[in-house]
Design a binder for this molecule. Structure first.
Ligand code: DX5
Ligand code: ZN
Length: 221
């Protein structure tokens, strides 16, 4: 089976004072923009409130992949779908009613995704394979960009790939993606890659997105 590769740059490490021009640098070569929403409760960092995030989503020239790292995410996740995100990731650790929230996200035409922190096992959430459009396996502790890729998460990526089987579910990894680590993650079964600092700290962010895609495409087993 041909595995389609997607690169979804995170703007967490971009310059927040000129986000429009930062996004413009990579929009023509990226599949979606990954928007990290942090509330300083679920994770020890804050990025945007709903009004600020809505503004970015409305003005973004390409589809937005919202990664919600917020406590009590059930209701707000549906609001993110309603304002036009293409994909909404909720953390299983922050969701009270996972089935209902997935349903709510999808009812607004967005893709629904379940995100798992490094300490959370995929086995405990395998039943949702029939409901989700994407699994997001964190390869760092959520909260900050620029952390080291956790290679020991590859076992979880392999298990998730097996669980997905032939279903058209995307398998995203997030954290520490670089030209070296994308190869490892791709070989383990990931097909959708968040890259923050690798892209925005590069001299030419668009070229880095293209290089990441090329390495991943060559690493598909
Ligand atoms: C971390 C965020 C990531 C982060 C990735 O909590 O979810 O999306 O921006 O940044 P890098 O690629 O620098 O690890
Ligand atoms: Zn993220």
């Amino acid at each position: 089976m041909v595995r389609e590769i997607r690169i979804t740059p995170s703007i967490l490490n971009a310059d927040f004072t000129k986000l429009d021009s930062e996004i413009a640098k990579i929009s023509s070569v990226s599949d979606l923009i990954h928007l990290d929403v942090m509330d300083n409760v679920f994770v020890p960092n804050f990025t945007f409130d709903f009004a600020q995030a809505s503004n970015i989503i409305r003005n973004c020239p390409i589809p937005v992949d919202a990664h919600l790292m917020v406590a009590d995410v059930d209701e707000i996740a549906i609001a993110y779908a309603e304002i036009g995100c293409a994909s909404v990731s909720i953390h299983v650790e922050a969701t009270k009613d996972i089935a209902a929230t997935i349903k709510g996200i999808k009812s607004h035409g967005a893709r629904a995704s379940l995100a798992l922190k490094p300490g959370t096992d995929i086995e405990d959430y395998s039943d949702y394979v029939n409901d989700v459009d994407m699994f997001l396996i964190m390869t760092v502790e959520p909260g900050f960009g620029g952390q080291k890729f956790m290679e020991d998460m590859m076992q979880k990526v392999r298990k998730t790939r097996t669980l997905i089987g032939n279903r058209p579910i995307w398998l995203q990894i997030d954290g520490g993606v670089s030209l070296e680590t994308i190869e490892i993650a791709c070989a383990a079964g990931a097909d959708t890659f968040v890259a923050g600092s690798a892209v925005f700290k590069a001299e030419d962010p668009a070229l880095m997105v293209s290089k990441l895609r090329e390495v991943a495409q060559n690493s598909v087993i």
